[in-house]
Unconditional design. Structure first.
Length: 290
């Protein structure tokens, strides 16, 4: 019987994190290469004092198959009271949910006790709002959103040289994504454009705010499109001083540029037939994954 990539990756991390809770900190060779691929400096130095967090959401699709995939950099600052071997989240995983994969279906960073101590999770809420705007579904919730981290270990900042091993990223991120019914995968911030180029991924084009394809007026905003091995598209969006998702209005403009206007919409189709602006080229249209 063939095991799906999503089940394989979920089971791998469940076993690894369970062993880590028991005091094991030895990394398999492929994880050793992944850990060493990031040379964090100063506040960007990674730590293994907390358990790794490679993804957030229902990877297996136990309760609901995700409809949106977003890529992050890493899980952020290590908080001892939550992420250590005897921390709050460790106890939740071991005593209440039994595995990391099951625990991640509960949206732990957007509920108590995390929000009771840390307050509103702006990072997660912004990506959930983007999910609702992109899917045009106000009822979309945490079950619809799956976030993969490009580097699963904690650091206060993500600062330093990062050269992720392409085969490891393929095995742990691209292959699971290929099984999901999504056409487009999103990443926010210029750092992800650099990562995409280093892997490398095929360049499928792009456009800037104010171009003939993209009617956004957000100063300096850029959109770059890369083709994943599955044929799905990686959409990287960024602008100076901001590495988060676009607003609802800007998301609508991005949809127009990338997939056109939905049937019945009153918005005009963007002028794709006009001559391309300098440096702009049309994007290859990719069929939705089955």
């Amino acid at each position: 019987m063939t095991t799906s990539a999503r089940d394989r990756v979920a089971a791998f991390w469940d076993d690894h994190i369970e062993a880590w809770f028991e005091g094991e900190d030895r990394l398999a060779p492929l994880l050793e290469r992944w850990f060493d691929s990031y040379e964090g400096v100063e506040s960007g130095k990674p730590t293994r004092d907390g358990f790794p967090e490679p993804y957030h959401g229902d990877l297996r699709g136990v309760e609901h198959t995700p409809r949106m995939v977003v890529l992050g950099l890493n899980p952020g600052q290590y908080r001892k009271e939550f992420q250590s071997r005897d921390g709050i989240f460790a106890r939740e995983i071991k005593e209440e949910y039994g595995s990391y994969s099951r625990w991640q279906t509960t949206c732990p960073y957007n509920r108590g006790p995390w929000t009771d101590v840390m307050g509103r999770n702006r990072y997660y809420r912004a990506r959930l709002e983007f999910t609702r705007n992109w899917l045009q579904d106000p009822g979309a919730d945490h079950r619809d959103l799956l976030i993969f981290e490009s580097y699963p270990w904690h650091s206060t900042r993500f600062r330093g040289r990062f050269s992720p091993p392409p085969d490891v990223i393929d095995q742990f991120i691209w292959q699971p994504i290929a099984e999901l019914p999504v056409r487009d995968v999103f990443a926010f911030g210029r750092s992800w454009h650099t990562i995409a180029e280093s892997l490398p991924l095929d360049d499928a084009g792009g456009f800037d705010a104010g171009s003939s394809m993209y009617r956004s007026t957000a100063a300096g905003r850029k959109v770059r499109v890369h083709t994943l091995p599955s044929g799905q598209r990686l959409i990287v969006v960024w602008q100076p001083g901001y590495a988060g998702p676009p607003s609802a209005e800007e998301t609508a403009l991005l949809r127009d540029a990338l997939i056109g206007v939905e049937p019945g919409s009153e918005r005009e189709t963007p002028p794709r037939a006009r001559a391309e602006a300098p440096g702009e080229r049309l994007l290859t249209q990719v069929q939705a994954a089955p």
